[in-house]
Ligand binder design. Structure first.
Ligand code: ADP
Ligand code: MG
Length: 231
């Protein structure tokens, strides 16, 4: 059984001109345990919307999203939050660290949402991303590259089944981008965690065993049989 399975997912938004626009329409997508997949697609193609639907932050209009055996759409809010904290890590383009807390507290807070805190593992993760000398620094005392490394450690804090990464290198210079990408991929591999990473940078294709273009995935979904043979 696959770790993540999407079936007949669709999402539309009301534009400011009052028209409904379908942003995402996917008939089928599967991701296996431990697999690393790159998701590409131009700006506005629905990449962030798709990741947020998988995380249960945005609700899909139709279809089923099953993650590690649970349908995110059918869970009540509290159960969904708990399932998300245990099963998922999320890395954002702008890091999303809590500025009032130190590096190690940011990682521990990620653990607390999952139900238990393991200070030793938090320390180990921060050492693994090269920040053993910065455990008690706050985010505003770190470089951009260091901030993203804290966020990567936090995403792995609950030993999740899947890490979602939304343009995680978008705010980094090339050398820090390469370090961050390498850390995300290695840490996921070391922990048996699958990875779904969004980037518009085509040079990342070489680093992934599978690349998906969201536009193609959307188009492939709208087959003549499914649209009732519209012509
Ligand atoms: P990407 O991450 O690929 O750049 P997004 O998923 O952020 O794309 O957005 C896809 C499209 O959906 C965009 O046109 C965006 O304006 C629209 N969109 C996203 N969120 C909302 C919302 N809450 N309300 C209306 N439109 C939205
Ligand atoms: Mg986006």
């Amino acid at each position: 059984m696959s770790l993540l399975s999407l079936k007949n997912i669709s999402k539309r938004y009301l534009s400011d001109r009052g028209e409904w626009t379908e942003i995402v329409r996917i008939s089928s997508f599967e991701l296996n345990s431990g697999e690393q997949v790159l998701l590409q697609g131009e700006s506005g193609s629905g990449k962030s919307t798709l990741l947020n639907m998988i995380a249960g932050i945005v609700t899909a209009d139709t279809g089923e999203i099953s993650l590690d055996g649970a349908d995110m759409r059918l869970l009540r809010e509290s159960a969904r939050d708990a399932h998300r904290a245990r099963s998922l890590g999320y890395v954002f383009q702008n890091f999303n660290l809590l500025d009032a807390y130190s590096c190690i507290e940011n990682v521990e807070l990620g653990m607390a949402f999952g139900g238990k805190t393991d200070v030793e593992f938090a320390r180990k993760l921060l050492e693994r991303v090269g920040l053993s000398e910065r455990l008690n620094y706050r985010p505003d005392q770190l470089s951009q590259g260091q901030k993203q490394r804290v966020a990567i450690a936090r995403a792995l804090a609950n030993r999740p089944k899947l890490v979602l990464a939304d343009e995680p290198t978008g705010n980094l210079d090339p050398s820090n981008a390469a370090i961050a990408l390498d850390l995300i991929q290695s840490l996921c591999r070391e922990n048996g965690t699958a990875l779904l990473l969004v980037s518009h940078n085509p040079s990342l294709r070489d680093k992934f065993e599978r690349t998906i273009d969201l536009m193609e995935l959307n188009e492939a979904s709208v087959s003549p049989t499914e649209t009732g043979g519209l012509s």
